[in-house]
Design a protein around this ligand. Structure first.
Ligand code: ZN
Length: 142
């Protein structure tokens, strides 16, 4: 988004969040595994598949953690403290994937490049990502 707009965007434009946790194969992946286990034990989040091979806009291996808006104030600070040196992209999901990843996002650790051209500028309302039920049952307190 550039320049002046008529009204600020409401936070209600955000339907959910993703955290993308990046790793190289080898020792970084081992750290990513450790982090993944801890997240699964502690948070009602949906933990996506491992992507050792590049997928979508991502230029490094990663897995995605999808989480509901109300989990943000507990999960993101926890990630700040426990990301074990890995780069993490936290982005909102609105109807504008390119802005979500490139403009509205925050990074923990090193900021990595993304393949901008793979990200749609806008998606139809019907295609807004609905957050599926979490596939993990946390067993520990954060
Ligand atoms: Zn994402």
């Amino acid at each position: 988004m550039t320049g002046k707009s008529d009204a600020p965007l409401p936070v209600s434009a955000i339907t959910s969040y993703h955290a993308h946790i990046y790793y190289e194969l080898g020792e970084e992946r081992a750290r990513a595994e450790w982090l993944r286990t801890l997240i699964g034990e502690r948070f009602m989040a949906r933990i996506g598949a491992w992507h050792d091979e590049l997928v979508g806009p991502h230029l490094k291996g990663m897995y995605q953690v999808a989480f509901a808006v109300d989990l943000f104030p507990r999960f993101v600070p926890w990630l700040m403290l426990n990301r074990v040196g890995l780069s993490v992209l936290v982005h909102p999901n609105t109807r504008r994937p390119r802005d979500d990843h490139l403009t509205y996002a925050l990074w923990l650790g090193e900021k990595l490049p993304l393949k901008e051209e793979t990200l749609p500028i806008e998606v139809p309302e019907a295609k807004i990502e609905e957050l599926p039920p979490p596939n993990t049952n946390p067993t520990l307190r954060p």
